[in-house]
Design a protein around this ligand. Structure first.
Ligand code: 0X9
Ligand code: ZN
Length: 363
């Protein structure tokens, strides 16, 4: 079973309750915090910080950051982030490796970055089995129920603020599904370059300006204020471990000729990516080998701070598969052989604490 024992996808309320409970039950180890900017619909966005003496001064420890649900429909991306938090806390004090890692770092987990979009997707997209909806029992993949496959945030009108509650209205309107900014095109890393759209209705709409959205502002401020030495931003799907950069290694038009060659740290980034992929069985590659993107989370964070950043694309072929697959993919069980994302995350945490611990730089 998962560290939490859950056997079904969380709702947004479940995430918030689980984070609050974790902090309440382990005050010396877990701190609940609210990100600086509420969502467009006025929802608070929460995270947990895990570390020894977490209520005390921050002490400049290296931070490992784990993010989920930039894209509303990618439910497993939040589940794996939340389970990793529970995993660390429940094994602290008994598992030597985890205890040591937690003592030497701060682990920050924001399982649902895009709270409005996720709530829309999750509540209007109950996991009716899309393959067996037919009354007569005939398998069918025709229907996309409601907003279950929403991707972007809840920006309703391009470049304009909208009053609280409008996301809820959007959820019941045909326009709701397509509205919004793609948060993984809204960061400042090569913003406005290839692989991001300037059309509001497009799934990869980049937003009116870099960091125009409160959700990306939150992550910018979180990373800017701490020493995030390694981060993983979870998405679904395609079984990939992706490393910077997100756009092919030529020049970005209109960006004053910024070259997107291999990053300075390519060798170390590749080694760590390969090592994580060896655990979860994913393919390790440059992000641009999937397709070009600009304005992504880790293109900004890596190129701004030097902290290593990876996208995990969880799962083979579905945005939110039946929950038992999510369990197996975390643990590395069933048809998902290997040691799963759990072990890959622990390796990333080891790198965050001390890159030499895992011989990434020393070979
Ligand atoms: O397009 C995306 O944002 C990611 N794929 S998804 O299906 N989850 O939407 C891939 C982004 C990969 N590129 C970078 N991380 N730079
Ligand atoms: Zn995604």
């Amino acid at each position: 079973p998962l560290p939490s024992g859950r056997d079904a996808y969380r709702t947004l309320d479940d995430y918030n309750a689980d984070m609050a409970a974790l902090a309440e039950e382990h005050p010396d180890l877990v701190k609940l915090f609210t990100l600086p900017h509420a969502s467009l619909d006025g929802r608070p966005i929460y995270g947990v910080e895990i570390g020894r003496g977490v209520q005390g001064p921050e002490r400049g420890l290296p931070v490992f950051l784990m993010l989920g649900v930039h894209h509303a429909r990618e439910w497993p991306s939040g589940e794996h982030a939340m389970e990793f938090a529970v995993d660390l806390v429940s094994n602290y004090g008994t598992d030597r490796r985890i205890t040591d890692l937690v003592n030497r770092s701060r682990v920050v987990v924001v399982p649902v970055v895009n709270v409005d979009g996720f709530h829309m997707s999750r509540t209007d997209g109950e996991l009716v089995d899309l393959r067996t909806v037919d009354e007569g029992g005939t398998a069918s993949i025709l229907g996309t129920p409601g907003n279950a496959y929403k991707r972007k945030n809840c920006r309703l009108v391009d470049g304009q603020d909208t009053p609280d509650g409008t996301c809820a209205i959007a959820a019941t309107s045909p326009g709701g599904y397509g509205a919004g900014v793609d948060l993984n095109r809204n960061y400042g890393g090569y913003w406005g370059g290839p692989g991001a759209s300037d059309l509001f209705a497009d799934p990869t709409y980049r937003g009116a300006a870099p960091f125009s959205e409160p959700e990306t502002q939150n992550i910018r401020e979180l990373i800017s204020g701490r020493q995030v030495t390694t981060l993983i931003t979870n998405h679904t799907f395609s079984n990939l471990v992706l490393r910077p950069n997100g756009a092919a290694p030529d020049l970005v038009p209109g960006s004053e000729g910024i070259p997107l060659g291999d990053p300075y740290d390519e060798d170390a980034l590749r080694e760590l990516g390969d090592e994580m992929a060896a655990q979860n069985g994913y393919t390790s590659q440059h992000a641009w080998e999937l397709y070009d993107t600009t304005g992504s989370t880790e293109d900004w964070s890596y190129n701004t701070t030097g902290g290593f950043g990876y996208t995990f694309e969880i799962g083979p072929d579905e945005f939110h598969p039946p929950f038992p697959e999510v369990v197996d993919e975390y643990l590395g069980a069933g048809e998902y052989a290997g040691r799963g994302n759990r072990e890959a995350y622990l390796i990333a945490l080891e790198n965050a604490v001390d890159p030499e611990m895992h011989s990434v730089l020393t070979g």
